[in-house]
Design a protein around this ligand. Structure first.
Ligand SMILES: [Zn+2]
Length: 139
């Protein structure tokens, strides 16, 4: 299911779950993840999320089921409120610097509350923080 010009729903959902639920899988992912991915795509070029749709084996960069072996127990991915973005046209460091420079846009227009440090991808999520700044956290 095509979501917009850049992304397909299957990039946010594991293959086996999409095969069972089809387009109803849209209810498993917070729309803010989709809108944020779009905003990053506009600013920083091509992004890879799950790639099983294109013949790859990546399944868990968006929604993760409760029994998912990847990630921590109470991961925001399991609430459908996190996504891991892999930037193909620019470095992760330059993306992080740009987000830090423009906290207002990414925190209050796009709505991101947290970004994980120390990963080769950009993990963004929407956990409530009561913080004007995006929280940069270690897993
Ligand atoms: Zn993540």
């Amino acid at each position: 299911m095509k979501l917009n010009k850049y992304f397909d729903l299957r990039e946010f959902i594991p293959k086996d779950i999409y095969e069972i639920n089809g387009e109803d899988s849209i209810n498993l992912i917070d729309k803010r993840c989709i809108y944020a991915a779009y905003a990053f795509r506009i600013e920083f070029g091509t992004i890879s999320i799950n790639d099983w749709l294109y013949g790859g084996d990546v399944n868990f960069r968006g929604y993760r089921p409760e029994n998912c072996p990847i990630g921590v127990k109470r991961s925001m991915h399991k609430k459908g409120q996190a996504v891991d973005l892999v930037f193909l046209d620019t470095s992760i460091e330059s993306v992080k610097r740009a987000v830090q420079r423009d906290n207002y846009y990414w925190r209050y227009v796009v709505g991101i509350t947290r970004i994980e440090l120390g990963t080769p991808h950009l993990h963004i999520d929407f956990k409530e923080t009561n913080n004007d700044e995006i929280e940069w956290f270690h897993p």
